[in-house]
Design a protein around this ligand. Sequence first.
Ligand code: CP3
Length: 352
Amino acid sequence: MREDRISPTTKALLRVLRGETLAVPPVWLMRQAGRYLPEYRALRETVGGFLDLCLTPELAAEVTLQPVRRFALDAAILFSDILIVPYALGQPLEYRDGEGPVLEPVRSAADIAGLSDGDLRDRIAPVWRTVERVKGLLRADTALIGFAGAPWTVASYMVEGGSSRDFAVVKSWAFSDPRGFGALVDRLIDATIVYLDGQVRAGCEVLQLFDSWAGVLPEAAFRQWVIEPTRKIVSALRLVHQDVPIIGYPRGAGLMYPAYQAETGVSALSLDQTVPLDVARRKLQPASAIQGNLDPLFLVEGGEPMAAAARAILAALGSGPFVFNLGHGVMPSTPPDHVQALIELVHRGVAG
Ligand code: CP3
């Protein structure tokens, strides 16, 4: 069904997230700014740390705009990181080259008590300033997406002290002492609401919640630590920003995607590349707009393998409300030409 009740001048991404089906779906890419772009690498060399980049509005705004200058993307995503919230809560954080983020772990009630909300707004403020800057510089047809990590994923970095293979420490805490771990998740729910509310006030028109490690939890824990905190964040934001669509990305959720979709209240579901297209079309798309889900390795590969995979996604999902995206973020080894080719292919639409 094609609907034209919303003015055709409304940005394509917003139309789809409100339930419209477009002949040419909007497209943007998770991690569309970053190391695969030579202009990002050049700018990155001029600043000390990655955190400085995220917290310097002029530079973060420039990096946000780099991909939309180069490619005909339908949206820009704020350049920042999901670990800004732990940083804003006062947890020592460092990004080490080749190693990723390193945090002083939070593993007890005393550690949680050591976090502070006192400076939260001041420490977050540079990110809000970035949004304001970008907003003034974006083309009128390009939407601006804000984001945060969802509490489970952010907590996993806070508790493990960085990236993890097996999530042993955070799971052990969540499983053995749900009240104690829940206190950390509650702090994250509150801080994330403040952070995202400010992003909308500064000019973001869409929000995405990244729950990159949702897929490592068994059912009951998934409900408790993925669905429930997400539901609380979505309902708090809806009270003040009824019209701002919220995209949920519970990566790896598998058979839990339908429960997440039904129970969190998100406006749209971002699917990772393991979700079968037929399931996405028949079981998920009737309930909300769908975003996804090209394997980022196809974008590294390019050529006919990428084109065939992208066409299969368009054929399966293009006849309902759909946003073309990857199943996970752009890899640093991606040739920018492949991004250009992918966007051209998507813009030729389902028939192309
Ligand atoms: O999508 C975008 O273009 C916006 C920018 C963005 C970044 N991180 C920039 C970044 C977004 C949306 C994120 C989200 C993020 N950050 C997630 C969720 C999405 C996902 O990929 O699963 C996670 C888990 C993080 C945490 C994080 N930040 C890690 C594990 C790392 C190190 C590994 C890596 O990819 O480098 C980062 C650093 C980071 N965040 C970089 C960028 C561009 C690389 C920093 C550099 O320039 O060296």
